[in-house]
Design a protein around this ligand. Structure first.
Ligand code: GLC
Length: 448
């Protein structure tokens, strides 16, 4: 982890922020600069369309689950349109489930028959997805499930679809997890040798302890070594159960919740990425209706970047191979916001500590251009007081149209009472009464 440690001491602003980004391994700078990626969960579970864990949740046997394999035929699939949707939303990388917990492989793996090329669809999907996204300039990430509910040597545990079936457990008690780990390693080797440069690998997940699985089952240390040897520049997430091993992970991945502060380990900031869904499911879920609004999604992105993190936002394509309308609408509206505001996202990070975000606002900061961005989650009346910025601002403008925002020392309203918020180092921005266009307005401050 030494590469992403900050230097201590000195001027907080110039050292903490610039050194933080300077100290990131140069191979990973793309990741920090990108800030926004697309997760794609696609597999046989798109057919039942009721969550990617359906096999486990509904205790479905291999025999019953087979029907989804037999009918897998995404006739409307067009990777180019997926890649365009991601790019237009402002996403800079993507992570695709090459195999999820159900065990089904999206590529033509040598090591199994349980793969897309043996379904009615009959063609490798992974290759065309990777090519299409690369063509749009996005970086490539692979998700690989450590769990495998189809493999005959994957020992039955508490998450396994047959975990509650005593008879099944008894019959399968001689499964050899070593053999499964060999399969896992061979598949990861395949993924990292047959598809060119892979920028990011997302292993999912470990649950050590009683009736669970962890590093010994996956042979995690050996796996890690192989991955680093095959693709030395690659980023590896933190789910191999190697959190206490030096170099055992590169990036923290808080999932489905918003962190309150920048993620730190032993008091030091680390690379982190939160993965989030549009609704409650990763795989396509027809009847799930708790979809987040565009405003919520944009705010999630901003809040994440304001704490120096990345957002990996998930789409679950349908069994016909399309992004559904609910996803497309949101992606396109996020893209509209990004078109004018991405400058406050790409290459940005948490603002220096001496700048305090006003109420209902988030700050992001670009250490290379020395610009500070104020994201206004609610639009205030006329004035916005920024503490810690007196004498530090050269120029201010709204980001949507580059219209000037005047600023001054905090005004004193002698005849109606003074504004208590104002302290010596405060700058007051004079805002138009009407909220400017855009889901979340942003003010760009050019600092001295
Ligand atoms: C969890 C879930 C899984 C999903 C993943 C995304 O680990 O098991 O279904 O793929 O989170 O990070």
């Amino acid at each position: 982890m030494e590469n992403i440690r900050i230097k201590s001491g000195g001027n907080v602003m110039s050292n903490l922020m610039t050194n933080w980004s300077n100290n990131i391994k140069k191979e990973w700078k793309w990741f920090v600069d990108s800030r926004f990626g697309m997760f794609i969960h696609w597999g046989l579970y798109a057919l039942p369309a009721r969550h990617e864990w359906v096999k486990s949740r509904e205790c479905i046997s291999d025999e019953e689950y087979q029907r989804y394999f037999d009918y897998f035929n995404p006739d409307m699939y067009d990777a180019k349109s997926w890649a365009k949707a991601a790019k237009n939303a402002g996403m800079k990388y993507f992570v695709i489930t090459t195999k999820h917990h159900e065990g089904f492989c999206l590529w033509d793996s040598e090591y199994t028959d349980y793969k897309v090329t043996n379904t009615p669809y009959g063609k490798d999907l992974l290759k065309s997805i990777v090519e299409a996204f690369r063509e749009e300039g996005l970086r490539v990430g692979f998700y690989y499930s450590l769990l495998d509910w189809h493999h005959p040597e994957f020992s039955v545990d508490r998450f396994h679809p047959m975990g509650n079936n005593k008879e099944f457990r008894e019959k399968n008690k001689d499964r050899d997890i070593r053999k499964y780990s060999e399969y896992l390693h061979a598949q990861v080797r395949e993924l990292l040798t047959k598809f060119g440069r892979i920028d990011y690998i997302f292993f999912d997940f470990s649950y050590p302890g009683e009736d669970g699985k962890g590093r010994d089952d996956w042979q995690s240390e050996r796996l890690l070594k192989m991955v680093r040897q095959l693709q030395p520049h690659i980023l590896i997430n933190d789910r191999l159960d190697l959190n206490d091993v030096p170099g055992g992970w590169d990036i923290k991945t808080p999932e489905q919740f918003m962190v309150r502060e920048r993620v730190e380990v032993e008091g030091k900031p680390v690379l982190w990425e939160t993965c989030q869904t549009f609704s409650g499911s990763w795989g396509y879920h027809r009847d799930e209706s708790s979809w987040k609004s565009v405003k919520q999604l944009v705010q999630i992105l901003i809040d994440t970047v304001s704490k120096s993190g990345n957002l990996l936002l998930n789409v679950g394509p349908t069994a016909r191979g399309e992004f559904e309308q609910r996803a497309l609408d949101r992606l396109s509206d996020i893209g509209k916001w990004m078109k004018h505001h991405s400058r406050s996202i790409y290459g940005c990070t948490q603002a220096p500590e001496e700048f305090k975000a006003p109420q209902d606002c988030r700050l992001t900061y670009n250490p290379e251009t020395n610009r500070l961005y104020v994201h206004l989650f609610t639009w205030p009346f006329k004035e916005l007081h920024l503490d810690g910025l007196a004498g530090k601002v050269n120029y201010a403008q709204l980001l949507n149209d580059a219209s000037e925002i005047k600023f001054s020392k905090p005004p004193q309203y002698e005849h109606v009472g003074t504004n208590k918020n104002a302290c010596k180092d405060t700058v007051t921005l004079q805002l138009p009464v009407q909220k400017p266009e855009g889901t979340v307005p942003v003010i760009e401050l050019f600092l001295k």
